[in-house]
Design a protein around this ligand. Structure first.
Ligand code: SAH
Length: 253
């Protein structure tokens, strides 16, 4: 049976995290193997293992050898996702991580969202016909009602960019588009997954509030651990359920 037939099982799932701190708790809970290189020359690392019926690959962008910190951001996310999907053709890809949330949309620290609506990019400003739209990206998010219901998570547009803070223009964009999660990777991962026709789910948990006066970096550092723990609870439930032997049709409900 072809991989994307509704009744085909999810035999392999890959999960991409930007930061080691975000993904390590899940790797430990699932007792995945130690990290190995994903692709020669890249710092990206993968931890693998089996959960029930499913093979799990948990991938990090890795640490930049010059700057000594995780390679967060769109360009690294795109390269990692490309290398991953060239090497492993999972039936299901998940981008999990943290994000900025919005008080105006009812978020608080730890609120966890699934992507719905479109994947957007908020800081590509290209005022040329056609290229303006390319810059914003606007890739429709795959929806998985069964997962939304099972985990009890709400959905909305996820917008990605290269900065942790936000300009006034970006804030207007978030309001206009009803963005629920601001991050630095999802739209790049969605681009590659969409091109290569790999079903993608994005799960983002709020570490900081974009429409709150406290600087994002202060809230991020204070809340990273507690938010990651909530993210990990949802991710563990998802992966263990998929490990029971679900099909594409089961995911869509
Ligand atoms: N100083 C931090 C850097 C984290 S950057 C450190 O190294 O510890 C933020 C990361 O979390 C990115 O991978 C991004 O996807 C996500 N993120 C969390 N809050 C965000 C926000 N308000 N805006 C953009 N990205 C955010």
């Amino acid at each position: 049976m072809p991989e994307h037939e509704p009744e085909a099982r999810i035999k392999q799932i890959a999960i991409v995290y930007a930061m080691e701190a975000e993904g390590t708790p899940l790797a430990e809970r699932l007792t995945l193997n130690d990290a190995v290189e994903l692709h020669q020359g890249l710092p990206a690392r993968v931890r693998g293992g089996r959960v029930g019926e499913t093979e799990v690959f948990l991938v990090f962008n890795g640490r930049d050898p010059v700057h000594g910190v995780d390679r967060i951001g769109l360009e690294h996310a795109a390269v990692t996702t490309w290398a991953l999907l060239e090497k492993i053709k999972p039936q299901f890809l998940v981008n999990a991580g943290t994000c900025g949330g919005f008080l105006s949309r009812g978020a608080s620290i730890g609120t966890t969202y699934l992507a719905g609506g479109d994947y957007l990019i908020h800081d590509h400003r290209i005022p040329l016909p056609g290229f303006d739209a390319l810059g914003v990206s606007r890739i429709p998010a795959g929806r998985y009602p069964a997962i939304e219901e099972r985990l009890g998570l709400s959905t909305g547009p996820v917008s990605s960019g290269s900065s942790l803070d936000a300009t006034e223009g970006e804030r207007r964009f978030f309001e206009k588009e009803g963005v629920v999660a601001k991050d630095m990777e999802a739209a790049a991962i969605a681009r590659v997954a969409d091109d290569l026709q790999i079903p993608l789910l994005t799960m983002k948990a709020v570490t900081d509030l974009v429409d709150h006066p406290e600087p994002a970096q202060d809230a991020f550092l204070r809340n990273l651990r507690s938010t990651t723990s909530q993210l990990t609870d949802h991710m563990e439930r998802l992966v263990r359920w998929i490990g029971e032997g679900v099909t594409h049709a089961d995911l869509s409900g």
